[in-house]
Design a protein around this ligand. Structure first.
Ligand code: GDP
Length: 421
């Protein structure tokens, strides 16, 4: 029987290291792509006299989705060994961050693609850093282009050593290092005879052994309000249950306002489909027993498992704005469906994105591609959670004049101190 939960796999890696080729090859070999589509792709290449590239397959799928209005690359999926895998592609840092805040990148695991012929690149390090920031701790390293290093065991050992020290520096761990060739199709589905010295599984075998992350259903309820609207004289609060579950009759509390009410009814459309209970991952609309004034951005929770409410937080942040992040400057802060202004009070640590070294003395600004530990103050109290407890209400983005310039995670709330300026 098919496992109900699919495994969300994020693919990351330095540009040109073969991420698209690998995804294309996987989709091809697992028959995630229809026979017609395969034939069309081959015929197209033949007709235009271009060499067939597996990487095109992914582009064409994404293209299709763009035309179908919703560009949701998270819908690219394949089946292997009775399991459904959903591919999250991370074309660049910005997309990575956008996916991260929108929740699209709720990855259970990551495949970090590294070109064996050129080794670890700058973007490899940054992506590894982002994975560590995102708290993704099931990581598989795919050493691609092994055809270019003649499937050599020596290359595997040297590269494995480099990966090991990179990961140690970031406090990350990996599950396996899989040598493969996306282009030649070696060690992707079946183990490769060219890699007879290699003792581990093929990439898909390794992925099959991964665990899906603990179900968000067992977490405390978090339902950020997205919209409030009237329907047939009823006032409905709409949003997506990010964690836990909500049931008709529940006594609920709104954060940060602290207002309380009870769930009178849950309304879905068509009306007959309205459930009594809604669990994590689903969108819903609820009607309250009382006509209280609540706003978009507030988070619904049960009273005995409240989120943090504060203005000062310690956070870890990845910056990719062209202008550096500076202490005291106003940024737009977005967390779940809420938004307000925020300023950095203090920078406690900055890590260089290329060397991964702690910068000394501690800089007074954070530049593009650097990771920092900061203390942040929001213009109004916000509700959130430490990222290691509830991810969807524990991550935020900072925008500089409407451009997403950084993303981060909440470490903890701090008692607020007067700000000396
Ligand atoms: P991406 O930027 O990481 O998505 O990289 P692409 O998938 O577009 O691949 C970049 C280039 O590397 C393309 O020319 C691919 O044909 C080539 N490539 C990808 N995988 C392999 C491989 O396993 N072996 C060889 N020799 N070339 C590969």
């Amino acid at each position: 029987p098919l496992e109900a939960k699919s495994l969300n796999v994020i693919f990351a890696g330095h540009v040109d290291h073969g991420k698209s080729t690998l995804i294309g090859r996987i989709l091809w070999e697992t028959d995630a792509i229809s026979k017609e589509k395969k034939e069309t792709a081959i015929a197209y290449c033949k007709k235009n006299n271009i060499a067939f590239e597996y990487a095109f397959l992914l582009d064409s799928l994404v293209e299709e989705r763009t035309q179908n209005i919703t560009i949701d690359v998270t819908e690219v999926h394949f089946f292997y060994g009775q399991r459904r895998f959903r591919i999250i592609d991370a074309p660049g840092h910005l997309e990575f961050l956008k996916n991260m805040i929108s929740g699209a990148a709720k990855a259970d695991c990551a495949v970090l693609v590294i070109d064996a012929s050129s080794g670890i690149g700058d973007q490899t390090k940054r992506h590894a850093m982002l994975l560590s920031l995102l708290g993704i701790n099931q990581i598989v390293i795919a050493l691609n282009k092994f055809d270019l290093v003649h499937y050599s065991q020596h290359s595997y050992e040297t590269l494995s050593q480099e990966c090991k020290s990179l990961f140690e520096r970031l406090g990350l761990s990996y599950l396996s290092i899989v040598p493969l060739s996306a282009k030649a199709g070696e060690n992707i589905v079946e183990r490769s005879s060219r890699l007879s010295w290699y003792r581990g599984g093929s990439l898909l075998e390794v992925l099959l052994g991964l665990k899906s992350s603990a179900s968000a259903e067992s977490s405390p309820l978090r339902l950020p309000i997205q919209d409030i609207y009237r329907f047939d004289d009823r006032r409905l609060l709409a949003g997506r249950v990010e964690a836990g579950k909500i049931e008709q009759g529940d006594l609920i509390c709104f954060f940060p306002s602290g207002k309380k009410s009870r769930v009178k009814a849950i309304h879905h459309w068509p009306a007959e489909s309205s459930p009594r209970l809604v669990t994590a991952g689903k969108s819903t609309a609820i009607q309250l027993e009382d006509e209280i004034f609540v706003e978009r951005g507030e988070i619904i929770a049960h009273e005995n498992s409240a989120p943090l409410v504060a203005t000062d937080f310690s956070a870890r942040l990845f910056w990719l704005g062209d202008l550096p992040l500076v202490i005291g400057a106003p940024y737009i802060f977005r967390l779940a469906t809420g938004q307000c202004m925020a300023r950095v009070l203090q920078i406690n640590r900055v890590i260089d994105g290329s060397t991964l070294e702690d910068l000394k003395p501690i800089p007074i600004e954070v530049k593009k591609n650097e990771t920092a530990e900061i203390i942040l103050r929001t213009s109004a109290p916000i509700a959130c959670d430490p990222f290691d407890q509830i991810q969807s209400t524990g991550r935020f983005v900072l925008a500089d004049k409407d451009r997403i310039s950084g993303g981060g995670i909440i470490l903890k709330a701090l008692p607020s101190k007067p700000l000396h300026e």
